[in-house]
Design a protein around this ligand. Structure first.
Ligand SMILES: [Zn+2]
Length: 138
């Protein structure tokens, strides 16, 4: 794994561990996600597919739900772990989900099983985004 700080390593290990619980019998593409919230805690999620395909949920969505259920509203960093050879970043829907609780500079790490493969900001993945502040004053 490229050199990453201890906080990022903790996210990687949490996402790798939760990925083992992914329910992905259809795509066989297991994903684990770990989020650090403003309180310093790490929240995790894995993808959960469904025989009615559109009903499946992303790993990031599960991690965000866990964070919100714990009373947190600010994302400090996100890391996902996927298999395969590519640098797999969050899907478009999850970029928007992160936008709700993050800011343009929120770091998003894309990791493979061996470690972090890419590092992005939310603004790089979702430029000119629409967020909660766009609704203020309307
Ligand atoms: Zn997604």
């Amino acid at each position: 794994m490229p050199r990453v700080d201890e906080a990022t390593r903790e996210l990687f290990e949490a996402a790798l561990a939760v990925r083992a619980n992914a329910h992905a019998p259809y795509s066989r593409f297991a994903v684990g996600a770990a989020i650090r919230a403003e309180n310093g805690r790490v929240y995790t999620g894995c993808n959960v597919e469904n025989a009615a395909y559109p009903q499946g949920t992303c790993a990031e969505a599960g991690a965000i739900s866990a964070m919100v259920a714990d009373g947190q509203r600010r994302i400090v960093a996100v890391l996902t772990v996927t298999g395969g050879e590519a640098v797999s970043t969050c899907c478009g829907g999850c970029r928007q989900r992160i936008r709700e609780f993050g800011d343009p500079q929120t770091p998003i790490y894309a990791a493979g099983l061996e470690g972090v493969r890419g590092s992005f900001t939310l603004d790089e993945l979702l430029p000119h985004s629409f967020g909660p502040e766009n609704l203020r004053g309307s």
